[in-house]
Design a protein around this ligand. Structure first.
Ligand code: AMP
Length: 215
């Protein structure tokens, strides 16, 4: 299965990707995660991306496309992929279409996670990530909110770009630069919309239903 997960920051793309990856045994490619790993490793790519990420702005298309073309050329991608956070602009979508076409391939579907901005602001500002296992948690959904990972006991931290002012900018960027992809993919008959406003399990049920029929 070759899928794109499309949706505003915090719509649950990463959580659903983790569930789908289990089911379909395909590569989960999150461009945000790749940038964060590069930042942690202090690579030139990470340093360049940081100035944009800190503001909630998009990293320039050429930088992202180069990184994605190298990732999509790795052997584990042959069995299918879930693209999470890419494409985010029309030029990125055009690049992906061309890249796959050159290999005689195409996307099977694009899942759009639809959700209200205010729900996202609440969700993201309460989002915490585990420094050890990378698990994503929401303080609002935890029985006893704490700074300790319920899965592995690691330290939970708040991503710099999950603070409210940055979140609002990321949403603005999403509406201006990424939302045009909705009609772009609709025109190609690939778009499947999923209501992303509930708990992850309920959303996953909708995801599976939406993918019925996609090869
Ligand atoms: P995410 O974790 O997907 O929300 O991504 C975090 C940040 O990484 C974004 O706010 C952007 O600065 C950058 N980023 C991730 N994916 C892309 C992309 N496809 N195009 C441009 N910037 C990206």
């Amino acid at each position: 299965m070759r899928l794109v997960l499309l949706g505003a920051p915090g719509a649950g793309k990463g959580t659903q990707a983790a569930l789908l990856k289990e089911r379909d045994k395909c590569a989960h490619i999150s461009t945000g995660d790749i940038f964060r790993q590069n930042l942690k490793d202090q690579t030139p790519l990470g340093m360049e991306a940081k100035q944009y990420m800190d503001k909630g702005a998009l990293v320039p298309d050429e930088v992202v496309m180069k990184m994605v073309s190298s990732r999509l050329s790795e052997p584990d991608v042959a069995g299918g992929f879930l693209l999470d956070g890419f494409p985010r602009t029309v030029p990125q979508a055009e690049f992906l279409e061309k890249f796959l076409k050159e290999q005689g391939k195409a996307l099977d579907a694009v899942l759009l996670f639809a959700i209200d901005d205010e729900v996202l602001v609440r969700r993201l500002s309460n989002r915490r990530t585990c420094r050890s296992c990378g698990g994503i948690f929401n303080l609002l959904a935890m029985e006893k909110p704490s700074a300790v990972c319920p899965s592995c006991g690691g330290e939970l931290f708040q991503r710099d770009d999950d603070h409210e002012a940055v979140i609002r900018n990321r949403l603005k960027v999403f509406h201006e630069q990424t939302e045009p992809l909705v009609s772009w993919y609709k025109d190609r008959g690939l778009l499947r919309e999923v209501d992303a406003s509930d708990a992850p399990e309920a959303i996953y049920g909708r995801v599976k239903a939406a993918l019925n029929g996609a090869s």
